[in-house]
Design a protein around this ligand. Structure first.
Ligand code: NAP
Ligand code: GDD
Length: 342
């Protein structure tokens, strides 16, 4: 019988790639979706007929218990979150509820459906993956960062993720659950949300190249990240749930690039000079910045056999090419609307 996976956050970037990967491996894939007629299913529209859906929200414990009970999954991937860091200063309580308490609620749902309690901690058949983040390292105490590096989160987002990380470890230790966290560094793709810096750049480059935009406003150009391709990172998530025992892993490329590098590579790809178009907007600088991140992913390589396949320049070029196609299609559609008088 095929394995069943339940993915929270299936409509997001990572959820869409993970769903594709699991379907290709013969899984029955269920997505937890929220809201009436959830409008953000475009990333998975091609997969709709192969997927199963169950309603639920990380803010609602009862809905999660019902979802786990209905799906009876072998594996649960908790990718759902408010993932844009600046939003966590605007709505810190909401972000803490979803990204922190939401993890506890999924773990509780698994515990309740598995019939585990304090005196009976024989584990659960359900394996659990938590989407932890390099944002937890924040103001880094060493470089590169590995599984043992101390956390110093710099945003309410990072603090909530640290709670999710530790409560996952606590349920592993308390109830014998196979519950692991992947501490993933930044990963991008043509499906990345438009608010994140790589996609903001690739989309602006496409618009500028096609003559629809002239300037691109960015914040801190000196910020350094370890950026990889999302399609590679979901392989690591899956591998983490296939091991003999549960362990947390850092996943990243071990390469550092700045926001300035990202802009330079993207503009160069279409024969433009980034300095002619990028302007700095101080309003985009964060109240507390994570200046630099770089992964030491040797454990993932040694134990999972995981390595990335796309380098940073290749990633930026892939995103620019995809956005040129998308912007062209969107503009053609708008022109058609004008032509027919919609
Ligand atoms: P994303 O594209 O922003 O997707 C977030 C997903 O979370 C969406 O499907 C969204 O559903 C769902 N969600 C939001 N609030 C929810 C709620 N209250 N209940 C249930 N679902 C909810 O994020 P991503 O880039 O795929 O990242 C996936 C996970 O990895 C996140 O937890 C993120 O924090 C973490 N992470 C990401 C990176 C990265 O570089 N991408 C790195 C480290 C960790 P709707 O469509 O309904 O809004
Ligand atoms: N978004 C954005 N927009 N970021 C900018 C801009 C801008 O105009 N200008 C400079 N930056 C800088 C930010 O200050 C940050 O240092 C860096 O670019 C990356 O920002 P994001 O792309 O928004 O990603 P992030 O690093 O804050 O968070 C992402 O990665 C985390 C893992 O480290 C998200 O995917 C998080 O959900 C994830 O946990």
């Amino acid at each position: 019988m095929s394995k069943r996976a339940l993915i929270t956050g299936i409509t997001g970037q990572d959820g869409s790639y993970l769903a594709e990967l699991l379907l290709s491996q013969g899984y029955q894939v269920w997505g937890l979706v929220r809201g009436q007629a959830n409008p953000r299913r475009s990333r998975i529209s091609r997969l709709m007929s192969d997927l199963y859906f169950v309603d639920g929200d990380l803010m609602d414990q009862g809905s999660l218990v019902a979802a786990v009970d209905r799906v009876q999954p072998d594996e649960v991937y908790n990718l759902g979150a408010i993932s844009f860091v600046p939003m966590s200063w605007q709505q810190p309580e909401l972000v803490t509820e979803v990204n922190g308490m939401g993890v506890l609620r999924v773990l509780e749902a698994i515990r309740i459906v598995s019939g585990l309690n304090g005196s009976r901690n024989g584990g659960s058949q359900i394996r659990f993956y938590q989407a932890s983040s390099s944002e937890m390292f924040g103001m880094v105490t060493e470089s590169p960062q590995c599984e043992k590096t101390i956390f110093h989160p710099r945003s309410p987002y990072g603090v909530a993720k640290a709670y999710g990380h530790f409560i996952t470890r606590n349920y592993r230790e308390s109830f014998g659950m196979y519950a692991v966290s992947g501490i993933l560094f930044n990963h991008e793709s043509p499906r990345r949300g438009a608010e994140f810096v790589t996609r903001k750049i690739s989309r602006a480059v496409a618009n500028i190249k096609l003559g629809y935009q002239d300037k691109l406003a960015l914040g801190n150009l000196d910020a350094v990240r370890d950026w990889g391709f999302a399609g590679d990172y979901v392989r690591a998530m899956h591998l983490m749930l296939q091991q003999d025992g549960p362990t947390d892993y850092v996943v990243g490329t071990g390469r550092m690039n700045s926001v300035r590098d990202a802009a330079r590579i993207a503009f160069e790809h279409v024969d433009l000079d980034w300095r002619d178009h990028v302007v700095v907007d101080p309003d985009l600088v964060r109240p507390a910045e994570v200046e630099t991140l770089c992964a030491d992913a040797r454990r993932a390589e040694a134990e999972l056999g995981w390595t990335p396949t796309v380098d940073f320049a290749g990633l930026m070029r892939m995103m620019v090419d995809a956005d040129i196609r998308q912007v062209s299609r969107e503009r053609e559609y708008e022109d058609l609307q004008v032509a027919v008088g919609w």
